[in-house]
Design a protein around this ligand. Sequence first.
Ligand code: GMT
Length: 380
Amino acid sequence: MKIGIVCYPTHGGSGVVATELGTALAENGHSVHIISYAIPFRFESFRKNLTYHEVEVNAYPLFRYPPYDLALAGTIMEVAQQYGLDVIHAHYAIPHAISGHLAREMLNGDGKNIRLVTTLHGTDITIIGQQRVFQRVTKFGIRKSDGVTSVSQELKERVIETIDCRAQDIEVIPNFVDTERFTTDCCQDKRAQMAAPDEKIVLHVSNFREVKRPRDVVKAFALAAKDVKARLVMIGDGPEVGACKELARELGVFDRVTFAGTYDAIWELLPQADVFFLPSEYESFGLSALEAMACGVPVVASNTGGLPEVVADGVNGFLHAPGNTEAMGESISKLLRDEELRSKMGAAARECATSKFRREALLPVWEDYYQRILNQPAKG
Ligand code: GMT
């Protein structure tokens, strides 16, 4: 198959999922074209069957806001025409589904057979899709797609509620993890750089937006750190970093928190952690938690969105209501103090990642899905 994948290039789950899927499809012999405004951070150049196409948006004095959506539609159309794409796969509804639809329309007769698949990742429905100005645009993009997938059952239910579409129109295909890259024993030399030998490591990875509740990371850690010698390693960057530093100072734990900024090869750091912590207000899935689990790290997270579909409470981690930092702190402390429990839950986490979310198991699911969509008449 010839597949065009449209995604955001930034450090965020949807871009990671899109790039990893594209890479896996290319390895399996499909011709894959990734379309974005910059190279996605997990994209590796010079791989067989995998090409990157940059969307160029030119500034012009008349444009206060350069029309990215149109530049994207033009680029998708060119790529579709030049390489004879079978499928345009838009990751994130706004604007990718709309630009994909427009590209197909612009191809007139030539575009008739191209199928548009849209994968909903969460905030495109829960945050952007709720903004009045975008609500109907999101609905339109979903209705015009030949296939719509959602990364969790919970997100699917939300979409049905808010977008008013039929259950049979949305396929749940969970995110996957490369369990050969995300392993339990990678890069053990990193541990000594992350913490002192007698310090346990609590790791948080996010884009530090409010929806991640990063201040709760600091609050809960401060509680757990009363009982046990530990270090909190915060990976990522975003609007709440300053507030987190401030809070760490206020709570007297600043010297026990490392704010490391962004780090691309996260599979090198995850196996060094004793606990992975994700207390988000909402996660449609929680890919970072799954990546930690693949590295044999138990997760403490919120019981929100699709997280309970990934983390099994009491088996490979602990889940609590968003904002319940006391309970989260207790769970972290429990795991850090009880090595037997930590290692049992860590092994269960790896087992869950490999049995339910392994890349090799989910790739054929995607291939079958594309094929099914291609066998149906195009919507156009
Ligand atoms: O979580 C983010 O801020 C990034 C966001 C994105 O759109 O890139 O992630 C969403 O998609 C990921 C991949 O499907 C999911 O694992 C995340 O849970 C989801 N984030 C939210 O729902 C907040």
